[in-house]
Design a protein around this ligand. Structure first.
Ligand code: GFB
Length: 315
């Protein structure tokens, strides 16, 4: 891992790919708060990241000096398991189009966003970055994980062959403002917020939770992730893979109880064993980023309360 702490390195033309998503919008918020020049952004209508020629033209014209690759087809366990072709095709294509065009246009620095599901399903916990490619993946999200692993390897390969400084970050399960609350495609935390809220309004006695409730998950508030990404940029980190998490996890059953408490729904939990559990546990070892001086700030209950406020504002 190489770092440079050179203030002349402070980028001025920053492109945030995927600025309308939960992660991209949090990165834009963090850059604005940090006094950076307004980042370059494009909606999907303005720039289709699946269109290789259009992406090439965009980079040649704009010549950013830093790129955050937060654009991706994402979703929860059901979406990943169902739309497997779109998840692998779109994520592979976005990663290769953006990273290749960035290199061709002379972009020296880039940060690629992956996910903790890139690690083997049954690897030792907490998961260290070097466990990548040490075993088989979790089947429910294998297509997505393979695409994200390809993105990591693109960064690594361009760095080795061409001397670029492309870094990858692997966040754990994220939640926060601008999340997806569609029950068919969302992750567990926004799904539980919505289910508990609607159950409260209807006066239901029960809340349905998918699977057995025993899987363990680690949850990171998205503004903390954005802060970690900008921190890595500011530190001048030049290469490598960085886990981003909070260092502790919670069972889905306990998560549901906390969400119900925050939302103020007092019913009981019913488990739908017809839905998959997915990976039993994926707690990240966050020592590598911690050694550089970064740690997450938002506690789970506090973060869920903030996410619930955001849900109410959007409802
Ligand atoms: O968040 P989630 O969809 O994704 O599900 P993964 C986490 C756990 O919560 C699983 C359970 O055990 C689900 O069965 N769960 C309980 C629910 N109730 C619900 C519900 O109403 N909705 C949802 N969605 N889950 C994804 C990967 O895995 O995590 C992606 O598929 C990505 O590739 C992402 O890595 C971060 O944590 O299982």
């Amino acid at each position: 891992m190489t770092t440079t702490n050179d203030t002349r390195d402070r980028p001025r033309r920053i492109f945030v790919a995927g600025h309308r998503g939960m992660v991209g919008s949090a990165i834009v918020r963090r850059l604005r708060a940090g006094g950076y020049p307004e980042p370059i952004v494009r909606t999907r209508d303005e720039l289709d990241l699946l269109d290789q020629a259009a992406v090439g033209r965009f980079f040649d014209e704009q010549r950013p000096d830093y790129v955050f690759v937060a654009a991706a087809r994402v979703g929860g366990i059901h979406a990943n398991n169902t739309w497997r072709a779109e998840f692998i095709y779109q994520n592979l294509t976005i990663a290769s189009n953006v990273i290749h065009a960035a290199w061709r246009a002379g972009v020296e620095r880039l940060l690629f966003l992956g996910s903790s599901c890139i690690y083997p399903r049954d690897c030792a916990q907490p998961i260290r970055e070097e466990y990548l490619l040490s075993g088989p993946l979790e089947p429910t999200n294998e297509p997505y994980a393979i695409a994200k692993i390809a993105g990591i390897k693109l960064c690594e390969s361009y760095n080795r062959q061409y001397g670029t400084r492309y870094v990858s970050v692997m966040p754990t399960n994220l939640y926060g403002p601008n999340d997806n609350y569609d029950l068919a495609t969302s992750h567990v935390l926004p799904a539980l917020i919505r289910k508990a809220h609607e159950a409260k309004l209807r006066g239901d006695g029960e809340l349905v939770v998918w699977g057995t409730g025993t899987p363990l998950r680690e949850f990171l508030y998205v503004d903390d992730l954005a802060d970690a990404c900008v921190f890595l940029m500011e530190q001048g980190v030049a290469e490598g893979l960085f886990n981003v998490g909070v260092g502790s996890d919670v069972s889905i059953r306990d998560l549901a109880a906390t969400v119900m408490d925050v939302v103020g729904f007092r019913g009981s939990i019913v488990f739908d064993a017809g839905k998959p559990d997915g990976t039993p546990r994926k707690l990240l070892d966050v020592g590598r980023l911690g050694a550089l001086g970064w740690s997450a700030r938002t506690g789970l209950r506090e973060g869920i309360a903030a996410a619930y406020r955001d849900f109410l504002e959007r409802a």
